[in-house]
Structure formats: C-alpha cells, structure tokens
Design a protein around this ligand. Structure first.
Ligand SMILES: Nc1ncnc2c1ncn2[C@@H]1O[C@H](COP(=O)(O)OP(=O)(O)OP(=O)(O)O)[C@@H](O)[C@H]1O
Length: 244
C-alpha cells in the first residue's frame, strides 16, 4: 500500500521584521521613519512527513526550529512556500505560546481546546482527565501568570496529550517539569506515538529522547536543512559538527 504524507512543506520561507536599534541620541536626531530590519529565520525548506512517522528536529540555538513548528501549526503565516497538512488536525505543544496569562488554568483548557478545533462540549467532557493528568492541585483555578515554567508545561502537555490531534508538534517540552512528571509525560508520549495514524514532530536538544522516540531526524542549520534521514546517522553527523 502506498504511504500517504501527513505533512508536505515546499520551499518555506519565514522572516521576522524588527525595528533597527539606534542609540537614543541618534533616534532623536533621526526624524525620518524608523527603519525595519528583516531577518530570514527559515530559508526555503522542503520536506515531507509520512503518516505515522515520528520525526525529530535538531539544530543549534536559533537555527529556526521553533519558527518552523509555529508555521506548521498555523500560528505564523509564511512569507512564501506551502504547507499542506492534508486535512489533519494539528496541535503545538510549546512553552510560551497558547495561554492567556490572566485566565485560570481551567479557563485556558477550554480556550486551548477550542483553538485546537474541539467544541466546548468535547473539551468539557475531557476536563477532569486533563486536570487529573496535570497534577496542579488548587492552582488549576489560579491565573496562569502565577505558574512556574514547569507548571505551565504540565498544563500544556496535559491538554494536548488528552485531546489528541492527528499531528502533534512538540517543542522541547519533555525536558521541563519535575522527574516524576517527566517520566509520566514520556510514557504518555510513547503511548500516543504508538498509534500508527498519529504523526509527530519533536524538537529536542536531548540525543537520548530523539534516539528513543524518533524514526527519522532533520538537522536544521541557520534556517536550512543540513541533513535529513535515519535518526542515528543524522545525530552522529550533528554531534560531530557540534563537537568541532
Ligand atoms: N519574535 C522574533 N523577532 C525577531 N527575531 C526572532 C523572533 N523569534 C525568533 N527570532 C530569530 O529567528 C531565529 C530562529 O529562532 P527560533 O526560535 O526558531 O530558533 P530555534 O532553532 O528554535 O532555537 P532554540 O534551539 O534556541 O530554541 C533566531 O535567530 C532568532 O533570533
């Protein structure tokens, strides 16, 4: 049987636009409009992920991994190129995106679930399971701005893990949280991954996690794919490069 792709990315380019920084004196003297600096974070990347694959992404800090995941999740629209998810539902698990800081954990569960494409009724039906998995105790009814980064990631992980979308994008969150939760979320990940219909992309700096979970690996370097293929081979090349 022919393998179907869950994700097709063609010539993806994403840039950030920020104001050029000048000294206060220069800024005051400069009466013309502020200049905009364009930084190309993803420079024409193309790849496909077959249904059921667990693909890892490695790369040094700032190589464009998170930017690319956010584009696949539909949070950023790319400057050019195409992303085709073939009608699959997608969720991004990442620290720093997705929550309304002034709302409580419980309120954020409903909001995040609905943003993932579930109805309010469907989210409420899974509410107890999500809260139980998150182990936040009374903090579930406190504003998310009072959470530590570990608590934040526990909530984010629990929402995505319990609500289950076709494509899960996981951005370096398995390493956050205390030892007990790390183990629990790792096991939950393995269980989710074992579903042959689910496609997963994991960004991680942990060789151990990538080796244990991923069937293929992409090495992203300065916004471009340096290598893509079998996890062990790509990891060896990446580690050799990083050791130089
Ligand atoms: N909001 C932003 N505005 C301007 N530049 C940004 C912004 N976010 C990221 N960048 C730049 O885009 C590049 C890619 O960032 P990105 O976060 O995608 O890298 P990464 O590979 O995920 O890094 P890390 O391993 O550190 O998480 C970096 O050079 C970063 O400085």
């Amino acid at each position: 049987m022919e393998t179907k792709n869950a994700i097709d990315v063609k010539d993806l380019k994403i840039s950030y636009r920020c104001l050029k920084s000048f000294s206060i004196k220069r800024s005051l003297l400069k009466l013309k409009k502020s200049e905009v600096e364009v930084f190309e974070a993803v420079k024409g990347v193309s790849f496909s992920v077959p249904e059921g694959e667990i693909m890892g992404i490695v790369g040094k800090n700032g190589s464009g991994k998170s930017t690319m995941l956010r584009a696949i999740a539909g949070i950023f629209s790319p400057d050019s190129g195409e992303i085709d998810l073939h009608g699959h539902s997608v969720s991004l698990l990442s620290i720093g995106v997705g929550f309304q800081k002034a709302l409580t954990g419980r309120e954020n569960i409903v909001l995040s679930g609905m943003l993932l494409g579930f109805s309010e009724e469907q989210v409420r039906a899974k509410m107890d399971e999500i809260i139980k998995f998150a182990e936040l105790g009374r903090f579930i009814d406190m504003p998310v701005r009072t959470y530590s980064s570990g608590m934040y990631s526990k909530l984010a992980f629990s929402i995505t893990a319990v609500l289950e979308s076709d494509i899960m994008l996981i951005d370096e969150v398995l390493s956050v949280g205390d030892v007990k939760f790390k183990k629990k979320s790792y096991n939950k990940m393995k269980q989710l991954i074992s579903n042959k219909d689910r496609t997963v992309i994991i960004v991680s700096h942990s060789s151990e996690t990538l080796k244990k979970l991923c069937t293929s690996l992409m090495w992203l370097h300065e916004g471009e794919i340096k290598m893509i293929g079998e996890t062990g081979k790509v990891l060896d090349a990446y580690e050799e490069f990083m050791a130089k």
